[in-house]
Structure formats: C-alpha cells, structure tokens
Design a protein around this ligand. Structure first.
Ligand SMILES: [Cu+2]
Length: 172
C-alpha cells in the first residue's frame, strides 16, 4: 500500500512540470475581438453563422501588423474573408461605440478602424495595458449605408495585431 502511494506521488511530481510547461501553449486562447456590434468571429461564436474552428476561439484572429484582411492571414479562419457568407449586418448610427472583449490584456500601441482601405479612426494607448473591455467611439463621417469595418488591435510588445471585421449599415 505504502509503496503504491509513493509511486503515485512520484509520478505526480514527474508530471507536474510537464503540465506547467504546457500552460503557455493555451495562451493561444487568450487575446481579443470585437463583441459589439457583433464582428464576424463573434457571430461565429454565437452560432449566428455556422463556421469552422473560429467559433471556438473568436479572440484568436492574430497576425502580423499591417494586414488588411478579416482573417489576419490565418488560412484556418479564411471564411472570415468571405463577404458572401451571410454575415448579419448591424444598423448603427453615424457615431457608434465599438466594444472589444479582451481575454488577455496585452500592452497596446494603437487601435485602428478602416473602411474601404481608409482609416476612419485611430486611438493611441501609448503602450498602456487596456481593461478587459475597451470601448471606442467611431465617427463614420460622410460614410453611410452598408459598410465593412476592419478593426485592428496593435499590440505594443509583439509584432502582431488582432483583426476583426464588422458589417454595419450606417444610418440604417
Ligand atoms: Cu494574446
């Protein structure tokens, strides 16, 4: 009996470091996305649109800075780039609050919003650590009607950014 317990304890001790080492890998599930108005990945997570892997990790659309695609260059999430997938279009006002849900609060350089390749809003956090929820008031200016917004979260201490596309109808 005692021998058995000792063996079990030894095995437990041997496994513990393995578990500890494997933890950082799960940080793949720890980043952020726009939850409101519902981004494409948020719609996947909510089951509004049926999707592949992205439905389980809407916060994982991470890619190098400077991209202009909804998938952030991730082939695993390429359906996010498909404009004809039947994404729900949210009616919004000329000035609208966009809300990020962060599952890991990375120090942040900037947040950017683009429509049709033009940047319509920029928020500079100067490297600060954001809260778990980040809200931005975005002014669409002269834009109206259906638009695809590309929102970008530029992390300060890595070369990566997070990407989210939001389909809206401005003034609709
Ligand atoms: Cu992260």
């Amino acid at each position: 009996m005692h021998m058995r317990k000792k063996t079990a304890a030894l095995i437990g001790a041997a496994l513990a470091p393995v578990v500890a080492v494997s933890l950082p890998a799960s940080s793949a599930s720890a980043h952020g996305y726009i939850s409101d108005p519902p981004s494409r990945q948020a719609q996947c997570a909510a089951g509004t649109v049926s999707c592949g892997d992205i439905q389980y990790e809407p916060q994982s659309v991470e890619g190098p800075k400077g991209l202009t695609s909804c998938s952030g260059g991730n082939s695993r999430f390429s359906e996010l780039d498909d404009d004809s997938k039947g994404w729900a279009v949210t009616p919004v006002s000329k000035t609208t609050t966009f809300s990020w849900k962060l599952t890991a609060q990375h120090n942040t350089s900037t947040w950017e919003y683009y429509v049709g390749g033009q940047r319509i809003a920029l928020f500079d956090d100067g490297g600060a650590k954001p809260g778990a929820v980040v809200n931005h008031q975005v002014d669409f200016g002269g834009l109206s009607g259906q638009q695809k917004v590309l929102a970008v979260w530029n992390v300060a201490d890595t070369s990566n950014a997070f990407y989210a596309c939001i389909d809206v109808n401005v003034g609709g």
